[in-house]
Ligand binder design. Structure first.
Ligand SMILES: *[C@@H]1O[C@H](CO)[C@@H](O)[C@H](O)[C@H]1NC(C)=O
Ligand SMILES: [Zn+2]
Length: 155
């Protein structure tokens, strides 16, 4: 009986994490599979290339982009994420025309995780645009992957 209870607990712990996307540095939960989106409207002049990547059980479009300092980022999209906004919204050098960006840091370890993109709302058409988070692929890890590293042996 205790064995079944233990098994139930173990499965439950795993279920809590399924599809979660974590900070690669500290493991804080950032967002989850159901929040993933394919970002549209990238500035083709700034896009180096794009590819489809399997992440947390979904296929996600990744944009490879460079900032004015020459740093390259692999960026994927989420509707929302638990992040700390750093500084004020900026419009210059945006990768997604019509959107201004705010730097986003991990709320636990302050590592750079990506940017919050919000519409400029300069015309009425912009009211339709939705804000989103662009996350840096190299800085995250999925809970499903972490779980494969920490599985207890079968008995
Ligand atoms: C993103 O687009 C691909 C096709 O390029 C599709 O297979 C995938 O389901 C889309 N992902 C999301 C999160 O909408
Ligand atoms: Zn962190």
């Amino acid at each position: 009986m205790w064995f079944l209870l233990l098994l139930a607990c173990f499965l439950n712990v795993n279920a809590r994490h399924v599809g979660e996307i974590l900070c690669r540095q500290c493991g804080a939960s950032l967002t989850r599979q159901s929040e993933l989106i394919n970002i549209t409207g990238v500035d083709r002049n700034q896009l180096q290339y794009e590819y489809d990547f399997p992440l947390a059980g979904k296929t996600t479009k990744v944009h490879v982009l460079t900032n004015p300092e020459g740093h390259k980022f692999h960026v994927f999209g989420a509707k929302t994420a638990h992040l700390h906004f750093h500084g004020t919204p900026q419009s210059q050098a945006t990768w997604y025309p019509g959107y201004k960006w705010t730097i986003c840091l991990c709320r636990s370890c302050s590592r750079h995780m990506g940017w919050y993109f919000e519409p400029e709302k300069t015309t009425e058409l912009d009211e339709e645009k939705k804000s989103f988070i662009g996350l840096v692929l190299e800085n995250v890890i999925t809970a499903d992957y972490v779980d494969t590293l920490t599985k207890v042996p079968d008995f």
